[in-house]
Design a protein around this ligand. Structure first.
Ligand code: FES
Length: 161
């Protein structure tokens, strides 16, 4: 009898949690596109890369920080990972930027990848979140510049924190 009661209680808690999550997602749908919600629920490349070819850590105007890790093969970005202590939208922007970066050359990223691309890919973001896209693309570009500077001075890699 006691076991049955505990089971019912657990089922109630699970139902409550499912309903709550559904309500949160419904609320998000009013402001954000399905693409945003997808990246929010399943962020891509949310990882650190050990000993990457390029690395950058940038703090945005809001105080949130993003890190990008890239590996280069045949002059193209073969792997890109990111980490952030920022909000859900920052994670979404890091996720999309890391996908856009793949297979791009240094020049393609420096010249063509910007916050507008990320926003277009996401179907837009509320004005308060636009800087999240800027933070992600700037961090990517700085990681590439880090790669370039280490190519010119390979010893710098040993002094990275
Ligand atoms: S980067 Fe600050 S809220 Fe997203």
């Amino acid at each position: 009898m006691k076991k049955e009661k505990t089971l019912n209680k657990n089922e109630d808690i699970n139902k409550f949690a499912d309903n709550l999550q559904e309500q949160i997602i419904e609320q998000l749908r009013k402001e954000y596109s399905e693409v945003v919600i997808d990246h929010w629920q399943n962020p891509r490349n949310f990882k650190k890369i050990k000993d990457p070819d390029g690395y950058a850590k940038v703090t945005g105007p809001c105080g949130d920080t993003m890190e990008m890790f890239i590996n280069i093969q045949d002059e193209k970005i073969s792997e890109c990972g990111f980490q952030t202590d920022g909000c859900g939208t920052t994670i979404v922007c890091g996720s999309v930027t890391s996908e856009i970066a793949l297979n791009k050359t240094f020049m393609q990223v420096i010249a063509d990848v910007n916050a507008e691309d990320v926003l277009k890919h996401l179907g837009g973001l509320p004005p308060d979140n636009v800087h999240c896209a800027q933070l992600a693309t700037e961090t990517l570009k700085r990681a590439l510049l880090d790669y370039r500077s280490k190519q010119k001075a390979p010893w710098k890699k040993h002094y990275r924190k």
